[in-house]
Ligand binder design. Structure first.
Ligand SMILES: Nc1ncnc2c1ncn2[C@@H]1O[C@H](COP(=O)(O)OP(=O)(O)OP(=O)(O)O)[C@@H](O)[C@H]1O
Ligand SMILES: Nc1nc2c(c(=O)[nH]1)N=C(CO)CN2
Ligand SMILES: [Mg+2]
Length: 206
């Protein structure tokens, strides 16, 4: 999605959560300076012309793994549910709140880390970004920078779907999403509300 088309949705999300755009854009500038890696061509090659399965981290994920087809994009800690079952994702979309040392291992084995900057994860960006030994793509939800991309989307899971669309996937299967999950805290419920809105906007009704 072009940034001009994304921007009104982004502004509405900032208002809803009382998040600051300046903080998001400062985090993106910081991330721009933490590494020179930009493995966008590799990420594109994983999605373009391919069937992509996006794995969210709802409790139902473990029961839906038999639906996986093609390239695997994992939303943050969903990557661990997958590796626990011997499945290494092709890419992990993460704002790093679910990151563990196992992300470093899968990145060394070739999993693309798609590291997202926002106003509330600056310490995590500083901690993890220099430690990833393998392929890395950087994203922002604000104005994109030359090597900090914005494919649209907000939560790790819906951003993975937006990226798959933007990078030319021919089909997308979405598993591990329970957007009515009542076990989550109120802020997370708000995030799942926006995930549903944003997925609906690009034709995925969950
Ligand atoms: N019931 C669910 N619980 C958690 N994640 C879900 C659920 N259903 C779908 N998802 C997707 O899986 C992703 C898991 O990533 P993660 O739990 O790190 O969330 P996040 O987007 O970083 O938000 P938060 O800041 O609340 O952690 C979410 O971004 C969301 O898109
Ligand atoms: N400023 C800010 N931006 C975000 C946040 C967050 O907690 N704060 N969480 C996200 C993952 O759902 C995505 N973007
Ligand atoms: Mg996360």
């Amino acid at each position: 999605m072009k940034f001009e088309d994304w921007e009104p949705h982004y502004t509405a999300i900032l208002d809803y959560f009382c998040f600051g755009r300046e903080e998001d854009e400062e985090a993106a500038r910081l991330l721009a300076g933490l590494t020179d890696k930009d493995d966008l061509p590799l990420l594109r090659s994983l999605a373009a012309g391919k069937h992509v399965t996006v794995c969210g981290n709802a409790p139902c994920l473990a029961d839906e793994l038999d639906r996986i087809e093609g390239t695997i994009f994992a939303a943050d800690a969903a990557a661990e549910v997958l590796t626990d079952r011997g499945i290494r994702p092709d890419a992990v979309f993460t704002d790093l709140d679910g990151a563990t040392d196992r992300f470093i291992d899968m990145n060394r084995d070739g999993t693309v880390m798609v590291v997202h900057a926002h106003g509330d994860n600056v310490p995590l960006l500083r901690h993890w970004t220099p430690r990833f030994p393998g392929p890395l793509v950087r994203t922002t939800q604000g104005t994109p920078l030359p090597a900090v991309h914005n494919f649209g989307g907000f939560t790790d899971g819906d951003r993975a779907v937006y990226a798959a669309e933007e990078l030319g996937a021919t089909a997308i299967t979405i598993i591990g999403f329970d957007l009515d999950d009542r076990s989550v805290d109120p802020v997370k419920r708000g995030k799942l509300f926006w995930a549903r809105e944003l997925l609906h906007l690009i034709g995925h009704d969950l």
